[in-house]
Design a protein around this ligand. Structure first.
Ligand SMILES: C[S@@+](CC[C@H](N)C(=O)[O-])C[C@H]1O[C@@H](n2cnc3c(N)ncnc32)[C@H](O)[C@@H]1O
Length: 220
């Protein structure tokens, strides 16, 4: 059951116009920002990627430019309206598929993917569900695979410039306010991930956090 403190399940009007709303909210800068972030992910040709909460598929189309035809992308999604747009957008790419799957419930994948990507989804889960998501990702990644989390950076909301704080609290759910104060690296370490890398965007309010699943060759 989804938490009552989340807004991350996108439906109705918001789902139908999701890409347009993101473009308007960011004054047309969203596509450029996401292209830059995906270019920074280090995706290799032939990579197999699982995208958690893949939404309208916009990110998947961009990631495909990096994986090439040799790669594969599997989007996990529960929003019918969001998934319908993703299927339509990616209809010419046989190496992309979308699966109805709650990301906090058990998945069928085991050591299948080079990367797992989750973009603006994780902040909407209670910590006990984040733990389930981390376990699912760990199991689904190949040894040495990367878990890449694009979401709000850590910051002190109480000390944030008032208009930004007001907008954040109006637009986002209570879980997002907790998320920005969470030590995500510590949580990920407790689930077996390491070798963290951080890149920030949008005045440091947005972070791409990369964590690696050990490949077994690490020294103690
Ligand atoms: C804020 S949107 C982000 C979409 C996309 N990742 C992006 O960056 O454009 C959140 C997405 O996560 C999906 N979602 C929410 N809860 C989910 C769950 N438990 N399992 C799978 N998808 C979920 C929503 O339907 C929605 O498409």
């Amino acid at each position: 059951m989804p938490s009552t403190r989340t807004k991350v399940e996108v439906k109705g009007f918001e789902a139908k116009y999701y890409d347009l709303l993101m473009d308007l909210l960011t004054f047309g800068r969203y596509e450029g920002m996401i292209r830059k972030i995906i270019a920074d992910m280090g995706i290799q040709r032939g990579d197999e990627i699982v995208d958690l909460g893949s939404g309208t598929g916009r990110n998947d189309c961009i990631m495909l430019e990096h994986t090439g035809k040799e790669g594969r992308i599997v989007g996990l999604e529960i929003g019918q309206e969001m998934m319908a747009q993703a299927v339509e957008k990616c209809r010419d790419y046989p190496n992309v598929s979308f699966v109805y799957q709650r990301i906090e419930e058990p998945w069928e994948y085991e050591e299948e993917f080079d990367r797992a990507f989750i973009s603006f989804v994780l902040h909407g889960f209670e910590d006990y569900d984040k733990e389930k998501i981390f376990d699912n990702v760990y199991k689904a990644l190949k040894p040495g695979g990367y878990f890449q989390i694009l979401d709000y950076n850590e910051f002190d909301l109480k000390r944030t410039f008032l208009p930004i704080r007001w907008l954040f609290e109006k637009a986002e759910c209570p879980l997002a306010s907790e998320f920005v104060e969470l030590d995500l690296k510590k949580m990920l370490s407790e689930h077996g991930f390491g070798e963290f890398d951080t890149k920030t965007y949008a005045l440091d309010y947005v972070r791409l956090l990369t964590a690696r699943k050990p490949d077994g060759t690490e020294t103690a």
